[in-house]
Design a protein around this ligand. Sequence first.
Ligand code: ZN
Ligand code: ZN
Length: 379
Amino acid sequence: MKPQAKSPVTKLPPPLTAADYRRRLARLQQEMIRAGLDAVLLTPCTSFRWLTGLALHRSERLIALVVTAKGAPAIVCPAFERDRMSGNNLAADLRTWEETQDPYPLVHAFLSERGLHAETLGLEETTEFRTVVGLRHVFGFAGFSSAARVLAACRMKKEPAELAHMKAAIRLTHDALRAVARKLRPGLREAEFGALVTAALAARGLEEPWVLAQFGPTSAVPHALGGARKLPRSSVVLCDYGAAFRGYQSDITRTFCVGKPNREFEKVRAIVRGAHDAALGAVRPGVSCEAIDAAARAFIADAGYGKYFIHRTGHGIGLDLHEDPYMVKGNALPLQAGMTFTIEPGIYLPGKFGVRWENDVVCTETGGEVLVGDESLGV
Ligand code: ZN
Ligand code: ZN
């Protein structure tokens, strides 16, 4: 589906080019050399997409991108997929297999030609067990390395074009909720409201729309899927929602009150917003991820609600909705300019309501910056 071209919120960045993908390949190869990995194998996943631009579904038929620290990569794929795979932006060497053939010897042959062995082959971290079994069979070796760190090192810091894509996703996501929030009426069910939000996201050309629409006590349970609860005259409404633009994800939460003002809600929301701002204010290069979590947590604890903040403060975001780096106690990773992540503190009062306030943020050289903020929902 093509995004609509008329609204000012849909000023879209140009698509990535083959040169962008080739630069990414070179970046991965540098990281591989640093980590002592001679080769990395990826089956269809977001890192596969990050490297090639190909958004593929994973299935039982092996498609594998094999990147070596030097030289062009190979893609092992079914013969009938050759045309589709030729759209990779890396000039990869296509090695095809027929339906009656075992594909794994092709991986082995490619690495053997380059004089490489299984000991220095890293697997993308979500590789399926059946793929590992297939590789083990031809290599006679089980102890493959994980390529998680080299891939995360490449993907955590976003390029300017990636930030532009994320901003487009977030702008359109805000626009969708703004349009739908006006339709909140007493009697509307959570699931019906959720369906309106996802339809509005899809109508803006976004991919993979999703929503958690929670009214009143449902909002006190993080990740509860809203269902049959009807909106009363006055209620807290928590809406956590997002979608993707050319694969780049948005993830926003807004909590507001409809009907009669609720003083306790206003107090709790001010604390949650304060915690969000405290975490945002702590963001700068060199500060650890856990310090961002601590900043939000201290603010909520000081206000007396510490035991009601029951999850981490945030997660990295990009081609994956949840990716490195995670804003959580125990993660000493220092932030770097270009890293993108959510800041989403919350307070959940069982049986009453919950408040979460979530923005997608980038660490810049000078501090944290919300990627397209929108405070006005018109409710
Ligand atoms: Zn969220
Ligand atoms: Zn989130």
